[in-house]
Write a protein that binds this ligand. Structure first.
Ligand code: UDP
Ligand code: MG
Length: 258
């Protein structure tokens, strides 16, 4: 088994070193091959330099993927997914609000599931953000027919076929569970630890989280309503992609003389 860990980073220069310091011992403890893909989403601060410094210290396990400009969290995750080579792919935020210590248990659970997603059951965010999240999860569940406590939890483990099935669009990182279920993948929710942000600041406010998230939710709802599962088979297999070499047939069914 090989594991890839994908972390999107936008203006997180102060978080890169602590992230790597906390994450690598956990990943070493897995006893399998792993790679840590740090994705710089067009940061304006020293995030790129901090990633390079970390890669210099751990060149065998750290990879640095850089987006030419800030393209958003979903795009940064997508860029990481496209570079990931592991059979299991972990996604987590770069601000250490979720706890790397939860990763081994989630990876173990991924033996029986295609997507294991975290539930930050004791949030360490402002009261306003917690309220936003609670309302967002209720509305999302009501519209998508799910029963997920924390659709936007940034700590998730994917089996490779799940990420290969995704065609992402901006904002979709909040709906991975619904997208995976739509494709028939088995999902499992697990309680995970949550901590206050140590350094830097959140990239989201009321407008780009709640309102955009609501608009995106309608798109996901539409996708669900238009989803079909193909149930078809070819009755007889022709050779296909060949040049036709049949003998011409006459109207009475007999083969024509050459
Ligand atoms: N992020 C990113 N591109 C963006 C916005 C955010 O790569 O345009 C990253 C950010 O650096 C962090 C993660 O996505 O690692 C989640 O962002 P943040 O912590 O601001 O979100 P919150 O926890 O407040 O929901
Ligand atoms: Mg955060």
């Amino acid at each position: 088994m090989k594991v890839s860990v994908v972390v999107p980073l936008y203006d997180e220069e102060l978080n890169v070193a602590p992230l790597v310091a906390e994450l690598l011992p956990v990943l070493d403890g897995l006893g399998c091959g792993y790679e840590l893909i740090l994705v710089d989403d067009g940061s304006r601060d020293g995030t790129g330099a901090a990633i390079e410094a970390a890669r210099g210290r751990h060149p065998t396990v750290i990879r640095h993927v850089a987006l030419a400009r800030n393209t958003g969290q979903t795009a940064a995750i997508d860029a990481g997914f496209r570079h990931a080579r592991g059979e299991l792919v972990v996604m987590m935020d770069g601000d250490l609000q979720v706890d790397p210590a939860d990763i081994p248990t989630m990876l173990e659970a991924a033996g029986d599931y295609d997507l294991v997603h975290g539930w930050r059951w004791k949030r360490h965010d402002t009261a306003f953000k917690r309220l936003q999240t609670r309302v967002a999860n209720r509305v999302r569940n009501a519209l998508t027919g799910e029963n997920v406590h924390d659709t936007g939890c940034p700590l998730k483990v994917f089996r490779r076929p799940v990420i290969e099935s995704l065609k992402l669009r901006t904002g979709m990182h909040r709906f991975f569970v619904t997208l995976a279920k739509m494709e028939g993948f088995r999902t499992l929710e697990m309680k995970v630890n949550h901590r206050p942000r140590q350094a830097g600041s959140s990239k989201y406010g009321m407008w780009n989280r709640a309102l955009r998230g609501l608009r995106d939710l309608f798109a996901i709802r539409w996708m669900q309503s238009r989803h079909y599962r193909l149930d078809c088979r070819e009755i007889a297999t022709g050779e296909g992609l060949a040049n036709r070499q049949e003998k011409p047939v006459r109207a009475d069914g007999a083969a024509e003389a050459p």
